[in-house]
Ligand binder design. Structure first.
Ligand SMILES: C[S@@+](CC[C@H](N)C(=O)[O-])C[C@H]1O[C@@H](n2cnc3c(N)ncnc32)[C@H](O)[C@@H]1O
Length: 283
């Protein structure tokens, strides 16, 4: 079954990568960030190595499951707010993750059925599922791009097939920037992406926090990094996460924990979520 999933993707891929390099990337013997996250969210698209890593992380930081659920709730609130109250009709969601309830296109298209969404991820299994399950409503559109967030020019060019880059776009970077090490310049990557979007665009970020429950977060990150295939996670403090919004108009309530970002009246508010998040407008 595990090979079947990857095999399906190899047949469907339109990314242009050769089959050998695609197959090399689907290594189910090592944990992968997308599939560990899927396990925490109660999904079924994960393998034994992912489940073991996820359980080890839960042992080190028992609140992690509530934390990632709070992140998904933030995603939905941010998209609903931008689509419903700020009139944003285009979303560029990088580091999409495996399909989960209330995805960006579902929330955006419930505000405006004509909303357009481009999903970007560099994991072949994520893209296989996205193509199959993240299907646009008839009036809007969704596209799926196989690219690395560290390649802004590639992403912007591909996004331009679906989005009008002369009109505002919400750039969504949720729980992905920690997978970009400092040496690869995550702040510069965000600046380059924003440089390709017009004034009136928005940046939405969530990022694991180094300075909330710091001991358990550090222990969880150390354990995850021993198991993760590919780039290791770098957790960052409030100051470093706030720097992603430099030069932008930060929306109220600023860079906060997800349950504090414009919560609905009935939303549960788990204490001490180990994530910083925020949204800002490009002037
Ligand atoms: C923890 S999941 C977050 C999913 C979703 N954004 C959310 O917040 O619910 C991280 C995702 O980022 C993707 N990812 C990791 N490194 C990436 C990179 N360099 N470029 C693009 N996507 C990346 C992973 O494949 C995974 O799907």
């Amino acid at each position: 079954m595990e090979c079947w999933v990857a095999g399906q993707w190899l047949q469907r891929s339109a990314s242009g990568r050769d089959k050998a390099s695609q197959a090399a990337q689907v290594d189910v013997r090592r944990a992968h960030s997308a599939r560990v996250y899927d396990y925490w969210l109660g999904g079924k698209d994960n393998f034994a190595a992912d489940r073991e890593a996820a359980q080890e992380a839960i042992a080190a930081s028992p609140g992690i499951v509530e934390d990632v659920r709070a992140n998904r709730a933030f995603l939905a609130r941010a998209v609903r707010f931008l689509a419903g109250e700020r009139g944003v009709r285009q979303f560029l969601d990088i580091g999409t993750g495996l399909p989960a309830a209330a995805g960006t296109h579902e929330v955006a298209q419930s505000a405006d059925p004509a909303a357009r969404v481009v999903y970007v991820d560099n994991d072949p299994i994520v893209l296989a599922h996205a193509r199959a399950m993240m299907v646009s409503g008839p009036d809007g559109s969704c596209d799926y791009v196989d690219a690395d967030v560290r390649d802004p020019a590639v992403i912007l060019k591909a996004a331009g097939r679906t989005l009008d880059l002369g009109q505002p776009v919400a750039l969504m970077l949720l729980l992905v920037l920690h997978l970009i090490p400092d040496a690869d310049g995550p702040h510069e990557v965000v600046r380059s992406l924003l440089a390709g979007l017009p004034a009136g665009s928005y940046l939405v970020v969530s990022h694991p926090a180094a300075d909330i429950r710091p001991d358990s977060v550090a222990e969880m990150t150390r354990k995850m990094n021993q198991r993760l295939k590919g780039p290791k996670a770098t957790v960052r403090g409030h100051d470093q996460v706030s720097r992603f919004f430099d030069g932008l108009e930060l929306l109220e309530p600023g860079v906060v924990q997800p349950p504090q970002w414009r919560p609905g009246p009935d939303e549960p508010a788990p204490p001490d979520v180990t994530i910083w998040c925020g949204a800002a407008r490009k002037p």
